[in-house]
Design a protein. Sequence first.
Length: 89
Amino acid sequence: MSGRGRENIYNLNDVNEIVRYYDGKDNPIGKCYTRKEFIQMVEPCFNVKETFFHFFPVRTLPFKIPKSIHRVLDRCMGFLIYANLEKKQ
């Protein structure tokens, strides 16, 4: 994955470092949360209606994959957590 210093991203063992490198090696911080951690973080202020993963970064793979497999990976192993939230009264 050339550009922005991400060439060695697959040599990293720390998920926060992977997130930081994905944004560019000069990115000062990268934070990674599980779905449970994310929900715990927003629950004091929001009701969590639903969460889902999105964006499996296929461009990081050294080979092409079919779109059907990409859609499955996107839902199951996404790089981002999307949430439908409702502000608590």
